[in-house]
Design a protein around this ligand. Structure first.
Ligand code: 9MR
Length: 483
């Protein structure tokens, strides 16, 4: 395969990249033909269609010259992978810490890149002090947090993921039970209003996973966005994470789903794209995602969740565009080609906010191969619910030195009014914070009991809680005792 990076750069006539970006920032209608003038990087190719191409970035990797070399050559949007989350930016209540996130924003500004902020309010990666709060105290802490972070970055953020992952995987389109949800159903709109007050210039997004096709969860989000637009809650965009694997494939209604949200009058963005696999199958799936975005006028950009496979939160799935050495993979070439081919067919516009602007999807069924991996963050319970009682399963996101564990508690054939889950951590591991459950300790064998709002489960229904820590996360299936 020829290396697309060493082929001669073709003349890029018509519109300079910087002018394109400026035009988009001003909301100008743009129509660019790129067919004969393909650009040679992801960022330039996307910019030629009025869009951006971004990546998640870890601050501590910026000194790696291979990493920053690819970053600055290929990408024109950056999302801090962890550095803007609540645990990173407000480790003690009221004490903000922006060092690592500032480093990323400064890098972006110095290299002509924009920044997507991620994430102001989320049930995961909360600092330890949040666990002791509930009700008004937690609501006020959330408001203070959003105000503090969004004010610090005022004018520097293209779009904020204001609220992340607030819908459940129950299959009924309901809200996820969490400590934030327990402060009242209006917590999401309050988060958006607070962010808008702090930085009225940033686009404000709702971001979630497993919403990448038309399904119960995405319809739950859709109904919320529709309601927000009707009532004037300041929401500008919806992020579709698109962590793709065989269990979470690109479905045939992927584009139609983006379009139905766009038709509500919001921008749509692909925010955390990674696609498990390799070779042609992976390359073809990347191309399909790019084509879907390009076919939706209000799909304003694509962000991949890391640069090299080795940078991925699930590196074993080799889900990214560059190999461990920073060399472009087949998926890179297909992505670049799709960007270059697609720009002429669907010029984006930031003008009209209603009405479909593209034809319905014409793509076929998913082309990804047979199942090879478990779903990223959302593994449904793997144990069948017992008769009566409850069962629990755990999904662990492990990295070098730490982990996040998400536990799903499922009621059996009868309703339960409370539950206790037993988890065993390997020696050396220690929990630093937890959410949506009360733990009996921080190491060894820990019992987690429900909190006030998630103890009652109807027969067969589930809820989730989580914890994060240092060392190695739990591997055995947790026990579950119902009350
Ligand atoms: O990639 C992030 C990884 O480094 C963190 O350990 C993890 C902790 O929860 O979060 C990962 O990013 C997540 C993102 O913030 C929200 N959507 C799911 C992403 C993958 O887990």
């Amino acid at each position: 395969m020829s290396d697309p990076l060493v082929r001669s750069k073709r003349r890029f006539a018509g519109v300079a990249v910087s002018a394109t970006a400026a035009a988009v920032a001003l909301g100008t209608v743009l129509s660019v033909s790129t067919t004969a003038n393909a650009a040679s990087t992801l960022g330039a190719s996307a910019a030629a269609t009025g869009r951006y191409f971004g990546t998640a970035v870890a601050a501590y990797k910026l000194s790696d010259t291979v990493y920053s070399g690819v970053l600055d050559r290929e990408f024109n949007m950056i999302t801090p992978e962890n550095e803007m989350k609540w645990d990173a930016t407000e480790p003690s209540q009221g004490q903000f810490s922006f060092t690592s996130a500032d480093q990323i924003v400064a890098h972006a500004q110095a290299h002509g890149q924009r920044t997507r902020g991620h994430a102001l309010a989320w049930h995961q990666q909360q600092p330890g002090w949040v666990a002791s709060l509930s009700g008004t105290a937690l609501r006020n802490a959330m408001i203070n947090h959003i105000t503090g972070v969004a004010t610090h970055y005022k004018g520097k953020i293209y779009a904020w993921d204001v609220v992340n992952e607030a819908f459940s995987d129950n299959g009924d389109g309901s809200r996820r039970q969490s400590n934030l949800q327990a402060t009242g159903n209006d917590w999401i709109e309050v988060a958006f209003q607070t962010a808008h007050a702090a930085d009225p210039g940033a686009k404000l997004c709702y971001n979630d996973y497993n919403t990448d096709g038309v399904n119960a969860k995405s319809t739950g989000v859709y109904n919320m966005v529709k309601d927000f637009k009707a009532r004037g809650v300041p929401i500008d965009c919806v992020g579709f994470q698109s962590h793709i694997n065989s269990a979470s494939p690109v479905t045939s209604d992927y584009q139609a789903n983006l379009q139905r949200f766009a038709d509500l009058g919001v921008d749509v963005q692909i925010t955390e794209l990674d696609i498990a696999g390799s070779g042609t199958a992976q390359a073809d799936t990347y191309a399909r995602v790019v084509q879907a975005c390009l076919a939706v006028a209000r799909c304003t950009g694509i962000t991949v969740w890391g640069i090299r496979d080795s940078d991925s939160w699930r590196s074993g799935d080799t889900p990214l565009l560059f190999d461990n050495n920073g060399n472009p993979k087949a998926a890179y070439t297909s992505t670049l080609n799709a960007l270059n081919a697609g720009g002429s067919s669907s010029p984006p516009t930031t003008g009209p906010t209603t009405g479909p602007s593209t034809s319905p999807p014409t793509t076929g069924p998913p082309t990804t191969g047979p199942p090879t991996t478990a779903p990223p963050t959302t593994a449904p319970p793997t144990t069948a619910p017992p008769q009566g009682g409850c069962s629990a399963s755990v999904s662990v996101n492990q990295w070098n030195g730490g982990f996040v564990a998400t536990v799903t508690v499922t009621a059996g054939s009868s309703a339960v009014n409370g539950w206790t889950v037993g988890v065993t951590l390997p020696s050396g591991a220690a929990v630093t914070s937890s959410w949506s459950a009360t733990g009996s300790g921080t190491s060894g064998s820990i019992s987690y009991s429900n909190v006030s709002y998630n103890g009652s489960l109807a027969a067969g229904r589930n809820t989730q809680f989580g914890f994060q820590g240092t060392g190695t996360g739990p591997s055995a299936t947790p026990s579950c005792t119902a009350r």
